[in-house]
Design a protein around this ligand. Structure first.
Ligand code: SAM
Ligand code: SF4
Length: 329
């Protein structure tokens, strides 16, 4: 198992496979001035598989597909199948906005996807249009239903809480944990990439403590879940008598850098060493020069060793190099 300089065991690789998206969430993607990785510069399915084989070879066990919106990649089922069939991959998950799941949930499950996190900030159409700018509640509900029918359960929801946009929806979403056994996780905004999205993340920030208070006031006390996994970024709770889970991901108000177990791969083939730092190590160049699993292993182990200790958001230092849609969360 690879360890970094601070003794952290790094065994979880998040793979961003595309930087395009069919939505434009206000804290993630601006409407104008975007530039995307040209298709020939995206890692191919075969190159992604080589990286996964290398990662498994050095001790990684958990993998997650993300974006932009991973389901927009035309060969996403093939990418999933290739990763799912690498011996040693114990967990293969995806983070998606659900819009394309009615046609993809079953093929993805069949290709080896085990778990799915669905991004739902609100189920109120007017607020959804303001926050995510495209898409509809109907489409998201259809995506969730497709995930359920494909057996990608329990339904896990990620809600990024944004003041004046969806902070009034947190109770409604948490109620789904109580009534329908969903796992609903509330995420604090992070300022990434400078520009208008970082500005939104700073000006509309809501601390998890406020979100939790709001939920408990309406729905009753949250009880800490037993057996919390140390590397789980969320602090998880349940309602007394409820079957679902309510989690809080608080990178700003309660940083969990000390237990970070992640490495990230960008769609254009860089190991991104920490979500909230700009440091990267190129792996695509080696792959395109004919490098194979052994060479990638070497680069990955170097990336692990170079992982920064944590972020400096509390000192007002935020990463400028990439926005969230270029890393994948
Ligand atoms: N498109 C997919 C989705 O939305 O789930 C995958 C990529 S998206 C970047 C992954 C997650 O990052 C989403 O849950 C989204 O809400 C979250 N996210 C995006 N920008 C963020 C920001 N500035 N701060 C905190 N979370 C953010
Ligand atoms: Fe797209 Fe996900 Fe970013 Fe929203 S958060 S714009 S759905 S990549």
């Amino acid at each position: 198992m690879p360890h970094d300089r601070f003794g952290r065991e790094i065994n979880y690789l998040r793979l961003s496979v595309i930087d395009h998206c069919n939505l434009r969430c206000v804290y993630c993607m601006p409407l104008r001035g975007l530039s995307f990785v040209p298709s020939p510069e995206l890692l191919t399915a075969a190159e992604i598989e080589t990286v996964v084989r290398a990662a498994v070879g050095v001790g990684f066990r958990k993998f997650r597909l993300t974006g932009g919106e991973p389901t927009l990649r035309p060969d996403i089922v093939e990418v999933t199948r290739r990763i799912g069939s690498v011996p040693g991959v114990e967990d293969l998950a995806m983070t998606s906005n659900a819009i394309l799941l009615p046609r993809l949930a079953h093929p993805l499950k069949e290709a080896g996807l085990r778990r799915l996190n669905i991004h739902v900030d609100t189920l109120h159409q007017e607020r959804l249009t303001k926050l995510m700018r495209f898409g509809s509640v109907q489409e998201i509900e259809a995506g969730i239903a497709a995930a359920e029918s494909a057996g990608l359960i329990p339904i896990k929801i990620n809600c990024t809480v944004t003041r004046d946009y969806n902070d009034s929806d947190v109770v409604d979403l948490a109620r789904r944990a109580l009534e329908r056994d969903w796992h609903v996780r509330f995420i604090e905004l992070m300022p990434l990439g400078g520009g208008e999205t970082a500005h939104v993340a700073l000006s509309q920030f809501v601390p998890s403590s406020e979100t939790r208070r709001r939920i408990e006031t309406e729905l009753g006390p949250l009880v800490p879940l037993d057996g919390q996994n140390r590397s789980d970024e969320a602090r998880n709770f349940r309602f007394e008598g409820g079957g679902g889970v309510v989690g809080f991901i608080s990178p700003v108000s309660e940083p969990y850098c000390g237990s970070c177990n992640r490495m990230r791969l960008t769609a254009d083939g860089k190991f991104h060493l920490c979500l909230l730092n700009d440091d990267e190590l190129d792996v695509k160049r080696a792959l395109r020069k004919g490098g194979g699993v052994d060479e990638v292993k070497e680069i990955l182990l170097r990336a692990v060793k170079l992982k920064p200790t944590g972020h400096r958001l509390d000192e007002g230092v935020s990463p400028q190099g990439r926005s969230m849609f270029q890393i994948g969360g």
